[in-house]
Design a protein around this ligand. Structure first.
Ligand SMILES: *Cc1c(COP(=O)(O)O)cnc(C)c1O
Length: 377
């Protein structure tokens, strides 16, 4: 698959950092670091980190059940998305193919790289199911990446059934990138198991969601070893700050993994409860089934529902501007009391009568009229 990367990068020589050179000794005078650790920092943090810290590699390889050389760890899966686009797509020529609605960073990364962006609209009336043939129909000789987010953000839809078929049909042509940011909530096996049989699959994993570590920015790309190594070559020399690596190691010890597992179970149970409660509210038109830690819901008037939540001190994601998601909000599943607070805020207003009036008005009028809505009993 590496043959499909940008040809001008074939002979690309990565920057050789002091720590990445493989040459080391007890007295380090090769990286212009301070010989002393600073105030409040751990031993060794005055030094540049290992480019891919071995302890973290080992832990993540075990967690994901993959060989260490198939793993590249970066600053969240966002960085892996960016580097895949940069490494594979010739600006102004190559394209990436994905579905819509989906995670916004694929488009952002494509735009930054000058890659062309093609999207297959998913049908809300088919629960946003992915038709793999229709997705393939968007590919051509200049397609380098086909991105499937599964479970998909913001719809919550699982697309894992389509993956093996897509990988087969894209064999030798394009890399199938499977974004599994929410896989822990889906109860299905990861696509990493497919990499043995299909060398054109790359899987993105993250510690940001199920492992409760969004602030540390740790994500991983899992692919055939030559692709993982290639992404490492084009990445920044020291992508992983030592304090973040320490936090990640803490999040991956046996006890923390146990806690994470219990929390995932709690969130999955809450997802069912919130889904049922939401669906029963007047003013809620539809709640789609979700395999992630959020729900996509359509309201009579999403702006009014958003405003009501805000008045109760709760922010949810307004995705109503995305094509096909008119009047939709994406609601993260929180702790039980947070979910109850949201359901209470949405229940309190006699929604049908009030929101119908507002939905007929332009946004400006709706916003300025909102205080009256919140004040209603
Ligand atoms: C949150 C999210 C990410 C970003 O993960 P990071 O590892 O925090 O960069 C990637 N993909 C999808 C679909 C997401 O929703």
């Amino acid at each position: 698959m590496l043959a499909r990367a940008r040809p001008e990068l074939a002979a690309f020589r990565a920057y050789v950092s002091a720590r990445g050179s493989g040459v080391d000794a007890p007295i380090r005078l090769n990286a212009n670091e301070s010989p002393w650790a600073g105030n409040g920092v751990s031993e060794g943090w005055n030094r540049y980190p290992e480019p891919q810290p071995s302890a973290l590699r080992e832990r993540l390889a075990a967690l994901y059940g993959v060989a260490r050389d198939r793993l590249w760890i970066g600053r969240g899966s966002d960085e892996a998305i960016d580097l895949l686009l940069r490494g594979f797509c010739r600006a102004g020529r190559d394209n990436i193919v994905t579905s819509s609605p989906t995670f916004g960073m694929y488009r952002v990364g494509a735009q930054l790289q000058g890659a062309l962006y093609r999207e297959l609209p998913l049908d809300e009336n088919a629960d946003f199911a992915l038709d793999p043939e229709a997705l393939l129909a968007l590919t051509d000789a200049d397609t380098k990446l086909v991105v499937v987010c599964s479970p998909n953000n913001p719809t919550g839809t699982l697309h894992h059934d389509a993956l093996e078929f897509l990988a087969e049909r894209l064999d030798g042509r394009a890399l199938l990138v499977v974004d599994e940011a929410y896989i822990e909530f889906a109860g299905v096996p990861s696509a990493v198991a497919l990499i043995d049989r299909h060398e054109n699959i790359a899987v993105l994993r993250t510690l940001s969601k199920a492992h409760a570590l969004a602030s540390a920015r740790i994500g991983a790309l899992i692919a055939q070893a030559d692709i993982a190594a290639f992404i490492g070559r084009i990445a920044a020399p020291y992508p992983l700050p030592s304090p973040c690596v320490e936090l990640a190691l803490n999040a991956l010890d046996a006890n923390a993994l146990h806690v994470a597992e219990a929390r995932i179970a709690t969130l999955v149970a809450e997802r069912s409860r919130v889904e049922r409660s939401l669906a029963s509210l007047s003013g809620v038109v539809r709640v789609w089934p979700s395999s992630a830690n959020f729900l996509l819901a359509r309201f009579d008037d999403a702006a009014a529902a958003h405003e009501r939540a805000m008045r109760a001190g709760i922010v949810v994601r307004d995705v109503s501007n995305a094509a096909g998601l008119e009047n939709c909000l994406r609601i993260t599943i929180g702790a039980r009391e947070e979910n109850d607070a949201l359901l209470g805020a949405l229940r309190r207003t006699p929604a049908l009568a009030v929101t119908r009036v507002h939905s007929a008005r332009p946004l400006e009028a709706c916003e300025s009229a909102a205080p009256g809505v919140g004040g209603a009993p």
